[in-house]
Design a protein around this ligand. Structure first.
Ligand code: 5AD
Ligand code: SF4
Length: 478
């Protein structure tokens, strides 16, 4: 009988999106209400996010769908529904998920009604899904990066059919708009401007798990920005794997610089950030727009990856050391108060001590405000995984330590330069260590702690920077 209801409901589902998902959110809501009555408490849902800003944004969308379907959001993994939104950029991200799954299994043994789902980048790898299917039978639902908008439909199916549901797409050309989203912060928010990546850096798995580059229509992005501003959002982060190539594939092409100018016109949006820039596509037009538009934050994340032209070539980065240095110098000259940050990989196959010295040389010349340093991680399926000359672990570790020391020394020096100045900070929350303090973010992305109360959260306030603590400041409101 129940099967019949399910089949009939499936048949009635609209073909078009987002109508189809709205339909399934309605069905799921009824089911959730029923289960809540049966269990004697409202059904709770907990999402754990691994990885980057892109995943954080996806999790907001996933939570939006779950809340719309009647789930109560919870931070505790002892929930009725637990979803891990996974990352696979380096192997340690995968290992963390496997480790945590063991813990989830122990929770599920105490509460067999619990449902466990996995989604995100790691699930786009066939070997991972095979392992889950075989060895993690307690997982109820697995989906990937291309179909997150289908959560309501997939979960409805799982809850009515009762067995493990796996739905992974190899790619998509679809962008589904207008589904709910539940923001983590009321005053700031990520906004997708494009999905996927076409760069194929030889070490990177992202193009394989996030698919080909697709830009959203500028009208859709601007409509979202207006709605966010009306809803009290002051700071947005425009998100894409390679924002500098935004708009190239649209029917009516538009440059990223142009999109930024349009975004800056949206009343109420006070600050605009973006992530991530690829040096090869960073235009003079963009530098000029950043320089001239005060709403665009004084921060540029410009991944270097390596300072050696030889390694950069093997990485398929399409720029060499000299071009990167020239670009960084041009940006620093045009926008002197900009903070420049980067990503660096140590131990790419074939990296010699000389290559590593080239990386240190760039770090010393550019003087980054901060840098994320990574040990090269072999990702199956990428060209670099098949390269000979993988660097021995102790050598990599030693280089990593030396790089980190250099990076930290320079950022501490850089952080001193603004002591004594008064800069605007967007208050993000209470200080986690001292209840008399709040924590704010400066336009250049550096944090400042200063006396304040919960009332200040979400406000942009002028703060005098009294002392540098290496990579953050202590300050006072003026
Ligand atoms: N190994 C180590 N670091 C990597 N990154 C991407 N792929 C790998 C890999 N296989 C780093 C790059 C990128 C950041 C998000 O992660 O530095 O910019
Ligand atoms: Fe991790 Fe890359 Fe996926 Fe972000 S896009 S979650 S960094 S694999």
């Amino acid at each position: 009988m129940e099967d019949q209801v399910y089949t009939d409901n499936m048949k009635r589902a609209p073909e078009e999106e987002p109508e189809r998902q709205q339909y399934f959110m309605g069905l799921l809501r009824e089911l959730v209400r029923e289960k809540s009555r049966e269990y004697g408490h409202p059904l709770t849902a907990c999402i754990q996010t691994f990885g980057c800003q892109m995943n954080a944004k996806d999790s907001e969308k996933l939570l939006g769908i779950l809340e719309e379907a009647g789930f109560q959001a919870s931070d505790s993994e002892a929930s009725d529904f637990v979803l891990y939104n996974t990352c696979t950029v380096r192997d340690n991200a995968n290992q963390r998920v496997y480790g945590r799954l063991g813990y989830l299994n122990s929770l599920k043994q105490k509460n067999p009604r619990m449902r466990i789902a996995l989604c995100g980048c790691m699930m786009q790898e066939p070997a991972v899904v095979e392992r889950i299917r075989k060895s993690y039978r307690f997982v109820d639902l697995v989906f990937g990066t291309h179909n997150i908008y289908k959560l309501a439909e997939l979960l409805y199916r799982q809850m009515t059919e009762g067995h493990m549901v796996i739905d992974i797409w190899q790619g998509t050309d679809k962008i589904v708009e207008d589904l709910p989203s539940q923001r983590k912060y009321p005053f700031k928010c990520g906004v997708n401007i494009m999905y996927g990546c076409n760069n194929f850096c030889s070490y990177c798995i992202v193009p394989y798990v996030r698919g080909r580059e697709r830009s959203r229509e500028p009208e859709d992005i601007l409509r979202e920005l207006h709605a966010l501003a009306e809803d009290g959002v002051k700071e947005v982060m425009l998100l894409g794997q390679n924002v500098n190539s935004y708009g190239k594939t649209l029917a009516r092409p538009m440059s990223f610089a142009n999109l930024l100018e349009e975004a800056a016109k949206v009343p109420g949006i006070e600050r605009i950030r973006f992530m991530t820039s690829h040096p090869k596509d960073l235009s003079d037009e963009l530098i000029a727009v950043m320089r001239d538009c005060p709403k665009i934050c004084r921060h540029l994340h410009l991944p270097l990856q390596s300072g050696s032209s030889r390694i950069l070539k093997a990485m398929n980065r399409v720029y060499d050391k000299e071009q990167y240095l020239a670009l960084a110098a041009k940006i620093q000259k045009e926008i002197p108060d900009l903070s420049l940050t980067t990503d660096i990989i140590v131990g790419f196959p074939g990296e010699t001590e000389e290559d590593f010295q080239e990386t240190l040389d760039v770090v010393r010349k550019v003087r980054y405000d901060s840098a994320f340093t990574f040990i090269y991680s072999k990702r199956t399926g990428t060209p670099a995984a098949a390269m000979e000359d993988q660097v021995p672990e102790p050598v990599v570790k030693d280089r990593f330590d030396r790089l980190l020391k250099e990076v930290q020394k320079i950022s501490a020096e850089r952080c001193k330069k603004d002591v004594g100045k008064t800069l605007d900070a967007l208050v993000e929350g209470m200080d986690t260590h001292d209840p008399a303090l709040v924590t704010g973010r400066l336009s250049n992305n550096i944090m400042v702690h200063f006396p304040g109360t919960g009332e200040d959260i979400g406000k942009i306030l002028p703060v005098k920077l009294l002392e540098s603590k290496g990579f953050y400041y202590m300050g006072e409101r003026v």
